[in-house]
Design a protein around this ligand. Structure first.
Ligand code: NAG
Ligand code: NAG
Ligand code: NAG
Ligand code: NAG
Ligand code: NAG
Length: 481
């Protein structure tokens, strides 16, 4: 497309874009072996006009990078700290150190405090059931007492498994809070209502598909389905996102709070680690979602409304647990290094634009570690397992981009992932004599053998040299003094 047409689009679409931007947030997780520097991430958010971000802690380097950006932030208290928050003084200390401290002109624009993260997942065996509400109450009280309670609200991001419809009547209008926590949920939503806070829910159409092989694929997306769900009230649902959202609306209505504001704390699609976790599906999902959001369609039960949504997620995280599945490390709309994976229809005009990539990212040198093809082959399996248990080999799995490698390719891939995680240290490419370093890129058209980015003093050659010079300088200096 020629330049003037792009400019024309930009001018025409400014109004629409600003609506979209208003609705669009993103989750920024940092469970990576080599997280991008926070300043680079914030620059990337700004370059992509993302104005809301949800983080999973209140890490000071993240907060310092966000300071002055104007970006709205949801900070979080991780589940393992919820127990402490049942003590009001501890909650006050937490607010003082992690919220009030940033509350100044040019500080961090905190809007929400997430109290826990999906604390009622059944896999937690009820560990957080009796501490979440007291923690929520104490944190909001602490925010109020610090004088910021009017503008900063405590909420609890919950998985959509806290509500459901009965199997006998699986329609949104039959939605109720999960039977085992229904009293607790009623108390929590009453509290959110009284404090003026929204309900925060994470909705995952991908997981509906992943968990149920009979799930109709097109119902997970937004471009029409051959198997709509027709509710008893006559409403027809063409996508599971709307149906899920409205199931929550029904559950809230059933406890007398049908108007409680809802924000979607997480929604997204992974690109690797399962047959359905592919780039084309992620792109289809996001573009359908963005179109819907930018049009402020709302859902059948809450039509014509702006829905506040945080995409999950910003960047791939290679150190996340893969208990939920191999896809867990591949939710990013950006790769580990801040390169966009696919184009997004920011402007809802069928024009998909590649998001702006992170700038100033430093990579390790162009070196890989591969299987040498010789050595004690009886030790190969153990060495591959060793490498994969300490790095991310999920791209090798069934349905993933590197699943087509032969067994030698598998070994090379595993060795390289470990070598990169270890910042290419020479001794990390040994594997009992089975591995060798190379400067020839072993990637195939389908499968990337990645080069890690520089992290924490891990050295790209130029940085290493600079560092070495600096160290020598310091040493000389100290010797001289
Ligand atoms: C928040 O504040 C507490 C002090 O109450 C501190 O221990 C903690 O490390 C702070 N940071 C985060 C990320 O929670
Ligand atoms: C929950 O219970 C199951 C079975 O009793 C156990 O295997 C699992 O480790 C428990 N999980 C947690 C988080 O306590
Ligand atoms: C939560 O419940 C467990 C047992 O169900 C109990 O041991 C614990 O003291 C309770 N904690 C609070 C804060 O009520
Ligand atoms: C490569 O590794 C993956 C994952 O462990 C496995 O599914 C696949 O069968 C392996 N391929 C070969 C040729 O060994
Ligand atoms: C491999 O990485 C490059 C960027 O370095 C990207 O353009 C390409 O799409 C990736 N290929 C696969 C199969 O992921």
């Amino acid at each position: 497309m020629s330049d003037y047409r792009i400019w024309l689009c930009l001018v025409v679409l400014v109004g629409i874009c600003s609506v979209l931007v208003n609705g669009l947030g993103v989750n920024w997780g940092t469970m990576a072996s080599h997280p991008l520097p926070p300043k680079i991430v914030v620059q990337m958010l700004k370059a992509n006009k993302i104005q809301k971000v949800k983080i999973f802690d209140a890490d000071s380097s993240t907060m310092e990078a966000l300071a002055g950006s104007g970006i709205e932030v949801m900070v979080a208290i991780p589940n393992n700290m919820l127990g402490y928050m049942i003590d009001y003084d501890t909650a006050k200390q937490w607010v003082k150190h992690n919220v009030s401290r940033y509350n100044f002109q040019g500080g961090v624009n905190i809007k929400y405090v997430a109290v826990g993260n999906e604390p009622f997942l059944t896999t937690y065996n009820g560990s957080f059931l009796n501490i979440t509400l007291p923690a929520l109450q104490n944190v909001q009280a602490a925010l109020n007492s610090a004088g910021v309670g009017d503008s900063i609200k405590a909420t609890v991001p919950l998985n959509a498994d806290v509500y459901n419809s009965p199997a006998s009547n699986p329609v949104p209008s039959a939605g109720r809070f999960r039977a085992d926590i229904s009293d607790l949920m009623t108390q929590i939503v009453s509290f959110l209502h009284s404090s003026g806070a929204p309900f925060t829910v994470n909705i995952y159409p991908f997981l509906s598909l992943y968990d149920n092989p009979n799930f109709p694929v097109d119902y997970a997306f937004f471009d029409g389905t051959s198997s709509p769900v027709v509710d008893s009230n006559g409403i027809q649902y063409n996508n599971v996102f709307d149906a899920n959202f409205d199931t929550l609306v029904s559950a809230l209505t059933a406890v007398g709070l049908g108007d409680l504001p809802i924000i979607v704390g997480e929604v997204g699609w992974p690109t690797e680690g399962d047959v359905n976790a592919k780039m084309a599906y992620a792109q289809r999902f996001y573009n359908g979602l963005l179109l819907k959001l930018s049009a402020n369609q709302g859902t059948p039960r809450r039509p014509n409304q702006y829905v506040e949504v945080y995409m999950f997620s910003l960047i791939d995280e290679d150190a996340k647990s893969i208990m939920p599945g191999n896809f867990e490390r591949h939710w990013g709309i950006f790769r580990y290094d801040g390169q966009p994976k696919f184009a997004l229809d920011y402007a809802r005009q069928g024009q998909e634009m590649l998001p702006v990539s992170a700038s100033g990212v430093q990579y390790l040198p162009q070196r890989w570690c591969v299987f040498s093809g010789s050595g004690d082959l009886s030790k190969l399996g153990d060495n591959i397992n060793y490498a994969c248990s300490r790095s991310d080999c999920t791209a090798l799995g069934y349905g993933s981009s590197c699943n087509g490698l032969d067994s030698n390719g598998n070994a090379s891939f595993a060795f390289n992932m470990y070598f990169q995680v270890q910042n290419q240290q020479p001794q990390s490419c040994y594997f009992q004599g089975l591995a060798v370093e190379t400067t020839q890129n072993p990637s195939t058209p389908e499968c990337n053998f990645t080069i890690q980015i520089v992290y924490n003093g891990a050295a790209a050659s130029s940085v290493a040299q600079l560092g070495a010079v600096f160290v020598i300088f310091l040493w000389l200096f100290s010797v001289t003094v």
